[in-house]
Design a protein around this ligand. Structure first.
Ligand code: NDP
Ligand code: HSE
Length: 410
């Protein structure tokens, strides 16, 4: 019988304990032995919890128990999750985690530590909730060179944007619904400011390219500036506003960013609604592969945690080696190029045309000029906006337009 422990009995840890209990017989068939939950580490006593008899408050109970070989870390945040993970890996115990903040900031070091001690550091649940994506990219698609990974990586913001698109529900109401459903981070500004998606694209880029980019070097925007009229403008040109994480490699350049995009209806990403996430991966042999499923929530995320618990118990699972990206990686963001949706007040169409050239004017809100620009770099776009605003115009919205990457021959 394999003895395991869970650290942090919150949304994800609680779901994981429930799955281990409810599917106990099913898991024995998958693993060939029972997965026996021996400890639950939490700061609280949780007298009402069905797991109250397993509660411990001191990590040394787990570190020093030779029966426990695999531990799930679902505390979140950097400390004490980092310190506990280091102690466990150093003791030769495998750790599986849903903690994307920790993986995105210390993943290279923790993977190396696991390797040095002959154990595993697995993190399927850190990205895409219940969607198997880390394993498939690192294992099943590992023969490919990847040119792009783009996805809807945050369930909370996708839930909010979907409710806004449906109309009738404002930003704050939709966020509060997402919080009640257990999707949001403890500090939901990490969701709505794009920080959570930034951590996830850092993990996906490292999985695909082998280099962990510090989140602070990833250009990150959230959805707080998105207006109902932007969502309507997108719909008028057969697109949806989606918060995307993107890692793109073209020639010698690599761009990694998180930002809202107009996603055209002919992309599978445009139809991903509610808490669902989707990640499209482009490999030079496989072409496009899209992974789709629930990106947050207790049950879906527990599914991913437990798949790693099963793998680690058997001494398997993908535990790669990552380098830390050097200063030139990713490419300087000012040269990233794409078309844009822009909305202005205080200018007429002529003034916009003079500055931006051949734009396509689209339906905007009352009193606004809205358009789609041709491809332009970040720097070119910022310069053009500055010229227009010096002339009295006011920029109300600027949202990039998603164009998927190069495609291999069909
Ligand atoms: P919760 O806040 O619900 O759970 C965290 C749990 O850890 C709480 O029970 C908390 O107790 C406990 N805890 C806090 N400090 C300690 C400590 N020092 N020792 C032991 N336990 C402690 O968070 P989630 O379950 O939502 O998220 C956990 C992690 O999983 C985060 O990294 C999150 O980003 C990630 N994640 C979350 C998903 C989701 O849908 N919610 C999906 C995928 C990943 P207390 O409440 O008393 O502080
Ligand atoms: N807050 C995160 C989200 C949880 O909404 O996607 C899943 O990682």
């Amino acid at each position: 019988m394999a003895k395991i422990a869970i650290m942090g009995l919150g949304v994800v840890g609680g779901g994981t304990a429930d799955l281990l209990t409810e599917n106990r017989e099913r898991l024995r068939k998958s693993c060939g032995e029972y997965l026996d939950l021996k400890y639950v580490l939490d700061v609280r006593d949780l007298p009402e919890s069905p797991y109250r008899d397993l509660i411990v408050h001191d990590i040394s109970a787990i570190v020093n128990d030779p029966e426990v070989s695999v531990v799930a870390e679902t505390i979140g945040g950097l400390h004490p999750a980092y310190d506990y993970t280091v102690a466990l890996l150093s003791a030769g115990k495998s750790v599986v985690t849903s903690n994307k903040q920790l993986v995105s900031e210390h993943g290279a070091e923790l993977l190396a530590l696991a390797k040095a001690h002959g154990c595993r550091y697995l993190f399927e649940a850190s990205t895409g909730g219940g969607i198997p994506v880390i394993g498939p990219i690192s294992r099943d698609l590992s023969g490919n060179e990847f040119s792009e990974i783009s996805g809807i990586l945050n369930g909370t913001t996708n839930y909010i944007l979907t409710r806004m698109k449906g109309g009738g529900v404002g930003f704050e109401t939709a966020l509060s619904e997402a919080q009640k459903k257990g999707y949001a981070e403890r500090d939901p500004s990490a969701d709505v400011e794009g920080v959570d998606a930034c951590r996830k694209i850092a993990i996906l880029a490292a999985t695909a390219f082998g280099k962990l980019i510090p989140p602070s070097r990833i250009h990150t925007e959230g959805i707080t500036a998105i207006r109902q009229s932007d969502v309507a403008a997108a719909a008028s040109v057969h697109a949806a506003v989606k918060l995307l994480g993107r890692a793109i490699r073209r020639g010698g350049e690599c761009f990694v960013l998180v930002a809202p995009f107009f996603v055209p209806d002919d992309s599978p990403l445009s139809h991903v609604d509610g808490v669902y996430n989707a990640i499209s991966v482009t490999g030079n042999y496989v072409g496009d592969v899209t992974f789709y499923g629930r990106g947050a929530g207790a049950k879906a995320t527990a599914s991913a945690v437990v798949s790693d618990l099963i793998a680690a118990t058997a001494g398997g699972g993908v535990s790669p080696v990552w380098e830390t990206a050097d200063e030139g990686f990713p490419t300087e963001f000012g040269t990233f190029s794409c078309p844009r949706y822009l909305a202005f007040s205080g200018v007429d169409r002529n003034a916009v045309r003079v500055v931006f050239g051949e734009v396509e004017f689209i339906r905007g809100a009352e009193g606004e000029v809205a358009c789609l620009t041709p491809n332009m770099t970040e720097r070119e776009c910022a310069d053009a906006i500055a010229r227009l605003t010096v002339g009295g115009g006011q920029l109300l919205s600027a949202i990039r337009v998603y164009e998927s990457g190069d495609r291999p021959e069909a």
